[in-house]
Structure formats: C-alpha cells, structure tokens
Design a protein around this ligand. Sequence first.
Ligand SMILES: [Zn+2]
Ligand SMILES: [Zn+2]
Length: 449
Amino acid sequence: MKSSITYCPVGSVEGIGASAHYLQFERWGVLLDAGLDPHHYSAREALPAYDLLNGRPVNALVMSHAHLDHIGSLPVALRNFPQARVYMTPATVALTDQLLYHYVQVQRKKEGKRFEPLYNEPYLESIRFIYQGFDYESPFPLHGQEASGLQFTFYDAGHILGSAGVLIEWRGSRVFYTGNTRKSAQFILKGARYPVERVDALITEATYGANSAAEHVRRSAEVKRFAKQIGERLKMGGIVLLPVFALGRTQEMIAMIHQLRVKNRIPVAPIYITGMGLKINKIYDRLLHKMYPDFKAGTLRAMTFDRWQQGRKLRGPAILLATSGMMLPGTASFEFAQALAANPRNAVYFVGYADPDTPGGLFRQQKHEELKTTFGLEEIACQVEIFQFSAHSHRRDLLAMIERLRPRKVIFTHGERAALEWMEENTRKILPKADTLIPRQGEWYPLFG
Ligand SMILES: [Zn+2]
Ligand SMILES: [Zn+2]
C-alpha cells in the first residue's frame, strides 16, 4: 500500500494560462510552477487560485522554467507561502530575476496610473536571494524538512535555457512533471532528457496535441522552406515580421537566421530585435556554455542583428523579431502587424505557438474578418506562413515519452481542449491499463493510496 498523494491544478489546465500544480504528500506540500496567464497579465484574474491552498502545507515552490506562464506569480506565491523553499535550475534563477523585473516595468509603462502591481521592484529585491539553483540530474532534498523523505531531481527539458522537468520521489513513489518539453534539438538547445526508470504518475504538457502537421516535419526541410520564402520577400523589398517570445524563440531564431546569412542562403537585410531579447541573449551567452560545455556555435553577441529603435521608420527589406509571440494587443509584434499587414510585399511568419483566440492565433488560422476588426485594417494582404520550429515536442514525441515512462497515472495540461483530448485518447491506446486524466482547475484528485 503506497502512501497517499493528492493533486490539484491551482492554475489553468486548458490553453497557455497560469501554470501551477499542487501536490500534497501527507503533511508536506509542493507547488510546481507559479505562473501568470498571458491573456491578462496585468489583472488579478491572471493569477492561479492560491486560495485553494488555504490551510494546506506548501513547503516548496519548484519552478520548471522562466516563461511568465510558469513563474510570473512566483512573488505572489511567496507572499502567500513565506515558509516555502524555492527551487529551480541556476539558469532559471538568472532568467527569473530578469523576467520578473521586466514584467513589472512593462506593465507600469503600459498602464501608467491605473497600474496596481501584483508586486514591485523592492519586493522582488527582497525575495531574489531565496531562489535556490540546482543542476540537472543532481537530486536534492526538501531542505529543513528532510524527515519528509521528499527528493527532487531536475531533468533538462530542452525547451529554453534552464528549462527542467521535475522528478519527485517520495516513499517509493515517483511523480514526474514535464514542465514544457521538447524531445528533439533546436538550433541552440539540445533535446530533452527524461528519467531512465519508469514513473508512477506523470503530469505532462500537451501544447501540440492538436497539431498533426508538426510531427511530419523535418527541420532541415523547414529551414530550407524558410530561407526560400524569406529570400523572396526580402528581394521584393518587403518587411518580414516574426512574432516571438523574448525568451527562447528570439535566441533560437537569431541563431538560425545568422547561420543562413553566413552561408549566403538569404539576402543581406537589416535584422531588428525589440524588447528585452538582448538582455536575455547575455544570459544565454553567460550560462549556455556551463550547460553544454561542447557548444560550438559561438555566442549570440557575435551574431548579426540590431536593436530596434523606437520611432524608426519601418522600411523594407528588413527582418523584425518582435515580442510577444502570440501578438497580444499592446505589444510590439501587434503594432508592427498593424503597420505592415495591409501591404502584400510584407509577411508575418509564425515560428512558435499561439493560442487560437489570440491575434497571433487568428493570423495562423487566416481568420481575415476577425483580424480586420482586431487590427482596424481594411484588408489583410501580407503573406502569412507557419513554420514548425517549436520549442515543444510534437505529439508523437510526447506519446513516445509517455510510453517509455510507463506511468500508472497520466495527467494532461498546458494545451487547448482538442490537444488534451487527443493526447488522452492516444495514451489509452498505448497504455490501456493507465489511468488518464484531464483535470479541472480547483478539483482534488488522489494520485494513489
Ligand atoms: Zn515555456
Ligand atoms: Zn508554458
């Protein structure tokens, strides 16, 4: 008879929302991720429902990676659970610091006097020393509560710098949380690693569960298609916009475009980057070599691009890498799209994930009528292309991971409804005896016992 473990999704399950998963191991509690919902970053409703944990133990906050949908409400969680330890990888410590400060500054600029911050810079200053960094595949206990018998191990998740899957071992049970994961290599990052031995329960992301195109794509063929398409646009004098997350996608795309340029596979044109991508580049340059001692592609610092200067006139040919990846209103990528979408010489290329209900998602689905209203344009005439350069595993890779880990219980999160359902249905085919679950926010589920 195994000891009892209880699970509750405190944040969102469907789509890309505020990730936050609570596990209770009898007298001890662990929160995996403390995210903010990117659809309404500034508002209280962006928070996970931390009230659900009133009266429950929270001894550790374990962060999978530094994207805001996973760490954006960490300061709020720490205020609610001041006794908790905070664990992440050393690169996630560096990135979290950067991302949280930036988040506060951007929201303040955007909202001015109306801004009611969830937290501010002095508070961030007061908590940053609490974050503890642990390397991949180096187990560590719950400090100060060693009697709990809890042990944590990070595994390289292959998603962004520092991203980790989290293995929790407790009294003979093994629970693995994938965080956001990518099995195969990207341009900079190597692919994910997973525990060698089977696990009892698995909480997995399902971002690309509804995407049948991604699983058939060969990266070299996709790079070739990208080079050809972007080459044609640039020769026409067009502006090509890539909406990207500042953390991860930006660095991967710089690396790819730089390679193409060095090999003369695309015409020479200015490449501009907005936002804090440059600050994150520095962290990549500083820490990447510690993670991958054999990394030989050089530094981002040495690659070709310029910072976008506010007020500069948009003029083609040019490549623009602009945040946010989902083109949320008020962001640079939204404003650029508004300025260039009516001209057929220009193009918008999607190189990462966008929720279907975001402006980026509308573009990807070619919903022209809705786009015209969203952007206030008479017509959408620019070229729109989707490239499969994701930082997430495609669904067949997720299934292969599940099959290898052979969990008795599989929980699906971080995907739209269709994605969660596809993953559940297909997991049942490969592991008919496993108990599968698409959980609901705020519900409590016994894992075992
Ligand atoms: Zn992520
Ligand atoms: Zn995420």
